[in-house]
Design a protein around this ligand. Structure first.
Ligand SMILES: Cc1cc2nc3c(=O)[nH]c(=O)nc-3n(C[C@H](O)[C@H](O)[C@H](O)COP(=O)(O)O)c2cc1C
Length: 383
């Protein structure tokens, strides 16, 4: 059904990418997704701010950790200042911290756009160009890709210009989340924009992103848009086995047998085993079991979505403090429940916004030089 995706020297086959998600796609979660995919696909780190990286912030350096089995090591950066982005990318290349650098231009949170960062930044074409030039110029040959939204709102679309600038500056591939910043996570992703971007930048691979909730959705996005690969975010929350489905879907259409794809439908017993492993991996990664279990709490509702779990147990699971406690609570569930009908649909954030907060005069001239205050980097992200 599809060609392998080429990201510089790295062949990604099938062309499926785990979307960077702050607070989620750390090494433990990437390990789970990678195991379910049989090691196929590309698994992007959580976003790392360039300033924190060049300052060697201790928490940031932990986020830069990759398991030995991760190949290629894919790191997402977020920055607003060409010089700092250049230094961060040079550090990654010089110190061999990753094999691929993705740059995030999709963050819609007001704290960031208010200062001109995130999804507001590509509106200022010269600034975008300067950042991409600094990144590619300092990458020492590592592939640099970008991930963006359609624009600020329907009246201020930026993705086609940004795509052309990316090609000019030697970016290896572009990923498009088919929403504007104004849409946040509401409404439906506009896949037709992915098709338009594909036409606008025939020189480099285009990755489509937005509202892939199942492997069939991924196959449909490739068919409908002609994109070279898919980026899957919220669909994997509490469902890392979606990567097994994705591998199966892409193999079935394109493989010699051309058979029907086989999709994972884990029972609650199987889900509970993945939950426990996820929590354990988080503890090992943090070198602190309790912190791992606490970090895992946010995943509980996603894993158990659609299953019958009593409200007392649900509450207790969400405040478990140790692996033993988590295991004994999971044991109390009715573990023989099959995969629930309807659990395949949307999950995670789905709400919209109407207005994007921007710096004064930001929209006056897209071609004017601009700078973004460095503290636009320090806020949390999204995309
Ligand atoms: C919890 C969460 C955190 C996210 N963090 C990032 C991020 O750090 N970098 C980024 O480029 N996008 C981030 N995103 C956006 C996703 O990568 C993706 O573009 C978006 O969720 C749309 O894809 P989906 O419909 O498959 O979820 C985040 C999304 C969510 C839900």
């Amino acid at each position: 059904m599809s060609q392998p995706l080429q990201i510089g020297p790295h062949t990604v086959d099938p062309p499926v990418v785990l979307a960077p998600m702050a607070g989620i796609t750390n090494a433990p979660f990437r390990t789970l997704c990678r195991e379910f995919s049989g090691g196929r696909g590309l698994f992007v780190s959580e976003m790392i701010t360039t300033r924190a990286l060049v300052e060697r912030n201790a928490k940031t350096m932990r986020l830069v950790h990759f398991d030995a089995a991760e190949k290629p090591r894919s790191l997402q950066l977020y920055g607003v200042d060409p010089e700092t982005v250049g230094r961060a990318v040079r550090m990654i290349a010089d110190e061999d911290l990753a094999d691929h650098v993705d740059l995030n231009f999709g963050c819609p949170v007001p704290k960031v756009t208010r200062k001109g960062g995130g999804s507001a930044l590509p509106y200022k074409r010269p600034l975008l160009r300067a950042i991409l030039r600094a990144a590619v110029g300092n990458a020492g040959g590592l592939p640099v890709t970008i991930k963006m939204r359609k624009g600020i709102d329907d009246d201020h679309l930026t993705y086609l210009d940004a795509g052309r600038i990316a090609v000019d500056e030697g970016v290896t591939a572009v990923a498009l989340h088919g929403r504007t910043a104004a849409q946040h996570y509401g409404g439906e992703a506009d896949w037709s924009a992915i098709a338009r971007l594909k036409e606008a930048v025939p020189e480099i691979p285009v990755l489509g992103n937005g509202d892939i909730w199942s492997a069939d959705d991924a196959a449909r996005m490739v068919r409908e848009t002609g994109c070279d690969g898919v980026v899957v975010g919220r669909g994997c929350l509490g469902r890392p086995w979606l990567f097994a489905d994705l591998v199966s879907a892409f193999a079935s259409g394109g493989g010699p047998s051309g058979g029907e794809p086989v999709y994972a439908r884990p029972s609650l017993r199987e889900v509970a085993a993945v939950m426990l492993r996820h929590a354990r991996l988080l503890g090992e990664w943090q070198e602190d079991e309790a912190r791992g279990v606490i970090d895992f709490r946010k995943h509980v509702a996603w894993y158990t979505k659609g299953f019958t779990v009593g409200s007392d147990l649900r509450r207790a699971l969400a405040v478990a403090g140790s692996l033993d406690e988590l295991a004994s609570l999971l044991d109390q569930l009715d573990l023989d429940q099959p995969w629930p009908v309807g659990a395949d649909g949307p999950r995670g954030r789905t709400s919209g916004r109407n207005r994007v907060t921007l710096p004064d005069g930001w929209l006056d001239d897209p071609h004017a030089d601009a700078a973004v205050a460095a503290d636009a980097e320090l806020a949390t992200s999204g995309g």
